[in-house]
Every structure is written in structure tokens, then in C-alpha cells.
Design a protein around this ligand. Structure first.
Ligand code: AMP
Ligand code: ZN
Length: 270
């Protein structure tokens, strides 16, 4: 697969952004977000990086240093947000508290907080679009997980462009790697010899996401595409139902489905 061409097609087909738009790429330091930043820069989009330092010891430190060097070499500016400074606690502490109090799994908590920070900072940076490195495998996993949880409505953002643009307070999130399998991105990043870490987050073990990822190892890329494409047919209906309920969190002012957003519910436990 020619990933660069696939990304170009997805941007055009789904009207993700234009060359004059300010595109902020959420960088975890992993192969997906690094590759998407590299490709968008190569395609001459107006890109910059935004990274949350999760404060996970050596792992975060290496990711941070490697992303600083990568962005410098690429000639792209990078904003690093320190999670501890932003919310007052490190992610490990937050996860432990939430596990005990609410029995929430680590990846759920981390995902909520990351989305909250990225949305806030993308707006602060004046982003027209916020790019994430979500790939075909992530999306197929989400479809299966939401179905097994009995809540397909959670898949409302499963699209190359989330519904954010039409809701006040949301930076429109877009996923140029939506149709690109993880195997292809891994190949691409290795071929380009990106100086990054290829291992998974050290906190993501024994979680539902990890289990789902393991089943997905037995499914071909073609099947993953079918799962995602077939689910796409349901998204417009789900979206209509979902957006009607959006309002502002009365604690932080960010968009929320309830009176208080999920991130503020987490912060209230700390
Ligand atoms: P994950 O939820 O770790 O699979 O990450 C999905 C996408 O979210 C990545 O491809 C990034 O675009 C973004 N992301 C994850 N972690 C971070 C982080 N620490 N800082 C900024 N963006 C992130
Ligand atoms: Zn809030």
C-alpha cells in the first residue's frame, strides 16, 4: 500500500482540511502520529505538533526527547503540555484512584483526559483541525469493543472527520490514517527509519483494549476494513442522535453530554 497516496485520498474524499488551514497533529511519539506528521509536512500542509507528556517515567522522557528532535529536523514547531502541571497529578496516580473508586480501566481514564487536554490546547493554538494518528486497527477495535459493551453510540466519532465542527467548543478532530492498517504504518515508519520507540504504552496491560487487540491479530487487514466500512454506514444516524445532546460542562466550560464532562468527573475524585 502507498500510505502517502492513501492519506492524500482520505483528506480529499472527506474534505479533512485545506492547505491554508492550521493543522495541529497530536503526537504521542509512536509510529502512527509520527508518520502522519511526516506525511502531512511532505504534502506541504501547515502543520505543527502537540504532545502531552504523561509523566510515565523513562518512557515519557524518551518519547519527549525523540519528538523534540524529530520536529526540529522536520522544521515543525512542537508544543508540549505537561499533564501534571495541567491537571495537578500524574496519570498513574489518577488511574489508581479511578480504578479504586469507580473501577474504571486505565485506558478509559487516560483517553478521557488526553481528549480533554488536546481539545483545550488545540483551541488555544488556534487550530482549524486536530489530527490524531488513529489507524484502521484502532477503528476496527473500537467498533468491536463498543458492540460488546452494548453501546454502539460510542462509535459516533468513528469516521475520518468527527462531528466536532458543528458543535461549539470542539476542535474538529480528523484521522488521515483511518483506512491505513497498522501493519502498513509499521512498515512505513521502519522503512523511513524514524528514530522513535515502537513499544506500546507501559500502562496498557490487562485492559479490555489489549484483549481486543489480541483477537484482532487473527483478522486480516481486508476484514478489518470491512468491519470499519460497514460500521461507517451507521455513523450518520448515530451522529444526529448524539449531537442533539451536547452542552457545556458547568465546571470547565468544555463540551459535554451531561452537566459535568467526563474529565471533570475524574478530577473531582482526586
Ligand atoms: P492512543 O490512544 O494511545 O492509541 O493514541 C491515539 C492517538 O491519540 C495518537 O495517534 C495521537 O495522535 C494521540 N495521542 C495519544 N497519546 C498522546 C499524547 N501523549 N500526546 C498527544 N497526542 C497523543
Ligand atoms: Zn469539565
Amino acid at each position: 500500500m502507498n500510505i502517502e497516496k492513501e492519506v492524500m485520498l482520505t483528506i480529499k474524499r472527506y474534505n479533512l482540511f485545506r492547505h491554508k488551514d492550521k493543522v495541529v497533529v497530536a503526537l504521542s511519539g509512536g509510529k502512527d502520529s509520527t508518520s502522519v506528521l511526516y506525511i502531512l509536512k511532505k504534502l506541504e500542509y501547515n502543520v505543527e505538533g502537540l504532545m502531552i507528556d504523561l509523566d510515565l517515567g523513562q518512557w515519557s522522557k524518551i518519547h519527549r526527547e525523540k519528538m523534540i528532535a524529530f520536529c526540529e529536523e522536520l522544521g515543525v514547531s512542537l508544543t508540549i503540555v505537561d499533564l501534571k502541571k495541567e491537571v495537578g497529578q500524574g496519570i498513574c496516580f489518577i488511574k489508581n484512584v479511578l480504578k479504586k473508586q469507580k473501577n474504571l480501566t486505565g485506558c478509559t481514564v487516560c483517553g478521557i483526559i488526553k481528549r480533554w487536554i488536546l481539545n483545550k490546547w488545540a483551541k488555544k493554538l488556534g487550530a482549524d483541525r486536530l489530527v490524531t494518528g488513529h489507524n484502521l486497527d484502532d477503528e476496527a477495535q473500537n467498533v468491536l469493543m463498543n458492540f460488546l459493551k452494548g453501546n454502539v453510540l460510542l462509535g459516533v466519532n468513528s469516521s475520518p472527520a468527527t462531528g466536532g465542527a458543528s458543535v461549539e467548543g470542539f476542535a474538529q478532530r480528523v484521522k488521515p490514517l483511518f483506512f491505513v492498517p497498522e501493519s502498513e504504518i509499521r512498515k512505513y515508519a521502519k522503512q523511513k527509519r524514524f528514530d522513535i520507540l515502537y513499544d506500546k504504552c507501559p500502562c496498557a496491560f490487562g485492559t479490555y483494549r489489549v484483549e481486543t487487540r489480541e483477537w484482532m491479530d487473527n483478522i486480516s487487514d481486508k476484514e478489518k476494513l470491512k468491519i470499519v466500512e460497514n460500521f461507517q454506514k451507521l455513523v450518520p444516524g448515530l451522529r444526529e442522535e448524539n449531537l442533539r445532546e451536547m452542552r457545556k460542562c458547568k465546571v470547565c466550560g468544555e463540551p459535554s453530554r451531561g452537566d459535568v464532562c467526563n474529565a471533570c468527573k475524574i478530577f473531582a475524585c482526586l
